[in-house]
Design a protein around this ligand. Structure first.
Ligand code: SDX
Length: 442
């Protein structure tokens, strides 16, 4: 390393500059990489070359374990401390005092609404809950036993064909219209998917009811003239929607941002989020947890199941998290809400299996050493089951709540001048310049 680079490196280190001094041992050259917000910019690596025609260095980060993709002010998570805040407000306070539509306003608009703002917001969402009649025909085209999440995925994407004006993503009025439509119609599509899976007639929205009350109406109304939701169930659902509303750059939100970066309409971007959420490692975990608890069947079987997990035969679904290395704060709230719901509907015996799994896992070094704690999906399914929902509907419930977060993050993406179409690079491992082989010679 030349003397001046050694001195500049020493000087840089001495004055605590917000930078990295990087020496490329292949050339002896030293580079100063600025540090901003605890990150170095990937593109700053490209200057590190071995020759003028060298492409330069890239970072390699499969599954983005250590890569920030954007700047966001929507949700803050401290994984080690188990902290979750929407626009700075602790999730515990929002779950106790707020409503889902108020939280949706907070996430999307960036501040808590005045009473007039909230009234107008609720009115706009309420009067947009209907969907075009053709969507009912579209959903009737699914098999009788189609998974509701697959139906939701298809029908959210189909919404883009009913609102061609949604393509004008630079028009604030269009963005506002699609925001309201997505929030308003997601429960309607979800309920239609549920009714389809039961072979029951679709129920139209009832604008006299709250957001969660109307969802229950569209799910469960039968021959009664007017469905009257149990207020305790209505509140439990609203809290669950709040808890699922956003979670910074999770897999499905990253999908919404990546697809949205192509300039596509928000329905298509949100459909990508629904697709990602469907996976058992993500929003499909709540369904997998219930199937797992049912398979364990009795508390006495828990130790044997845990041994199977530690042997690597399967995962303890509902446990572990990419960010939380502590108890997921949402799981704590849901665990308590489950007890409240059981007071109404009777105790679900599977919760005793869940408690025993948690008790053992929180003491066992396999889980403790890997910092595996219950996540949002571990207890939520027990509430959904108590509410009479089939396990296939559990990820659909997650999608309803997450719609507000997907919208908030998409809106932030559209306005972010640093963003452009997402297009990662790769490390190529395949063959090169291979000559074509005629069939007769293969
Ligand atoms: C959600 O990102 C978000 O914010 C997501 C979410 C949101 O609100 O959007 O919070 C919602 O998706 C919650 C997570 C729901 N998924 C599950 O409950 C499925 C079970 N959990 C795992 O598959 C896993 O924990 C993930 C997918 C959640 C996180 O996986 P990571 O961060 O990639 O961790 P990993 O797979 O690298 O695991 C690290 C170690 C491994 O062991 P070793 O290879 O080091 O020996 O921990 C083990 C894993 O085998 N491990 C588990 C485990 N999770 C991780 N072992 C048993 N059971 C588990 N659940």
């Amino acid at each position: 390393m030349s003397t001046e680079t050694q001195e500049s490196a020493a000087a840089g280190a001495a004055d605590g500059a917000e930078s990295l001094s990087v020496t490329d041992n292949r050339t002896g050259k030293t580079y100063e990489l600025p540090i901003t917000d605890g990150t170095v910019r990937g593109i700053d690596l490209r200057q590190i070359k071995v020759s003028e025609d060298d492409f330069g260095l890239m970072s390699y980060d499969p599954a983005f374990m250590n890569t920030a993709s954007c700047r966001s002010a929507v949700t803050y998570i401290d994984g080690d401390a188990g902290i979750l805040e929407y626009r700075g407000y602790p999730i515990e306070q929002l779950a106790e005092h707020s409503s889902y539509l108020e939280v949706a306003f907070l996430l999307i608009k960036g501040h808590l609404p005045s009473q007039a703002e909230l009234d107008a917001w609720v009115h706009q969402v309420t009067i947009h809950t209907f969907v075009h009649e053709n969507l009912k025909d579209f959903m009737r085209g699914f098999r009788y036993d189609a998974h509701p999440m697959g139906m939701l995925l298809g029908s959210v994407g189909a919404l883009s064909t009913f609102y061609p004006d949604a393509k004008d993503i630079q028009d604030p009025a269009s963005r506002e219209a699609q925001t309201i439509r997505l929030l308003a119609k997601m429960p309607t599509l979800a309920a239609f998917a549920f009714r389809h899976s039961r072979g029951q007639p679709y129920v139209y929205p009832d604008n006299d009811l709250s957001y969660s009350g109307n969802f229950l109406n569209m799910m469960y109304k039968m021959t009664e003239l007017k469905y009257e939701p149990d207020p305790r169930v209505e509140r439990a659902l609203d809290v669950l929607f709040i808890l699922h509303a956003d979670h910074e750059q999770n897999c499905s939100t990253s999908a919404v941002r990546s697809v949205g970066s192509s300039g596509v309409d928000p329905y298509s971007a949100v459909a990508a989020g629904v697709a990602a959420l469907y996976g058992p490692s993500h929003g499909g975990a709540n369904e997998a947890v219930l199937r797992m608890l049912s398979r364990i069947e009795r508390v006495e079987n828990v130790p044997g199941f845990i041994e199977g997990v530690k042997a690597g035969n399967e995962r303890l679904m509902g446990f572990g998290h990419r960010v939380y290395k502590n108890y997921d704060p949402r799981a704590k709230i849901i665990k308590k809400a489950a007890e409240d719901v059981f007071e109404v509907f009777g105790r679900n015996p599977l919760i005793d299996i869940a408690h025993e799994l948690e008790r053992i896992a929180l003491e066992d070094d396999y889980f403790v050493s890997r910092k595996l704690y219950p996540n949002v999906d571990f207890y939520s399914g027990l509430i959904y089951e108590a509410l009479g929902l089939p396990v296939e509907m559990f990820p659909v419930m997650f999608a309803i709540g997450r719609t507000s977060g997907w919208i908030a993050q998409w809106l932030e993406l559209v306005d972010d001048k640093e963003q452009k179409i997402a297009r990662p690079r790769q490390i190529y491992t395949g063959a090169r310049t291979v000559d074509y082989v005629p069939m007769a010679q293969r």
